[in-house]
Design a protein around this ligand. Sequence first.
Ligand code: AMP
Length: 422
Amino acid sequence: MLFTDLKIIKPILDALQKEGYEKPTPIQQKAIPSILEKKDLLGTAQTGTGKTAAFAIPILQNLSERPKTNQIKALILTPTRELAIQIEESFNAYGRNLPLRKLVIFGGVKQGSQEAALRKGVDILVATPGRLLDFIAQGIISLKNLEIFVLDEADRMLDMGFVHDVKRIIKLLPQRRQTLFFSATMPPEIQKLASSILNNPVQVEVTPVSSTAETIKQSVYFVQKEDKLGLLTHILKDHISESVLVFSRTKHGADKIARTLHKNGILAEAIHGNKSQNARQNALNNFKSGKTRVLVATDIAARGIDIDELKYVINYELSDVSETYVHRIGRTGRAGAQGTSLSFVDGLDLLNLRNTEKLIGLKIPVVKDHPFHTDNLVAQKRDSNNKPMNANASSGRPSRPNAQRSDIGTKKPKNKGFFRKK
Ligand code: AMP
């Protein structure tokens, strides 16, 4: 199937061609016709499936036929600033040949320039919940003429504690509207929210969250906690020369990893919720442009980060929430491209690894041929500080045959078997 088969208008077809899109992804094939017919939609889709274009293209097309007014006609509500920025970039890209005005608003920055743009008139608004409610409270935004409402990443809204804000916003929307609801997972609370705001929706489901993209090569490294920085440095120095997105469980951990890599001559930056919006955006831009090779991110900061042609994701730790694994590795192998995911597993990650494997229905192969491999991990639970539950418990760390503590990032380990360079 081609985009022309979906009855997309020429200005958008030209823009898609410019983006290099050849054919619609499965979610685009399924969702675009229904959205063009102005139906409500319930989409179960993870990021990486092309879901942004699946709603942005038909919204742009439908709004291009509407007379110009100074009212907001479409609202896309999304949980994170990074995601909001990327959605607006997508609207700008696909709508480059249309006269529609788009704006993105989010908190953590001064409101002046966002407010000025709003006063000039906006057709399509992409927003995070807090800043949107602020502007509504100040009387700067009115949603009473809204025609299309998109709730993006609804499950993440719930995780991040935004569900009350979302419900407050929904109460302010006109009853007569088209609603598009997207979520990677559909836990009961999300289903309830969906059925309360959707009207006879078309249901579209692609790549359920438990399935990991087939194009992603996945592997696991058994390693003691204190050897993880050494292993990461080793891999980044000797085996991968491209850009890598590294996931860390904690903000502090992300900073520490980035600092250590930097000390070892690997250009790295951290991105997490404690950084200012500008610092986050700069780090993201530097990574996208290739100025920094490694971006170390926490889950919330990374959700939805959309980096074309990212080949490598490294899970420095595994999350307690197995679905997170699917989201993380979904940053690579996007829209059918090849990707590789490496997961570092110590005693604290073992239980999460088993749960993740259960979820994805796959045993992830273990790479043993590297200097930090251990067969002696002891499963332990983590506390909220990322430490073993029982502080006195042994780390389960036996003697480490191939590497010394002082090796971390400084000396090259002797055993250099894995990822052999050709
Ligand atoms: P999303 O799931 O919306 O985060 O999109 C994932 C990635 O796929 C983004 O980098 C898009 O630019 C890209 N993409 C979306 N649709 C297509 C398409 N039809 N062909 C090629 N790439 C696409």
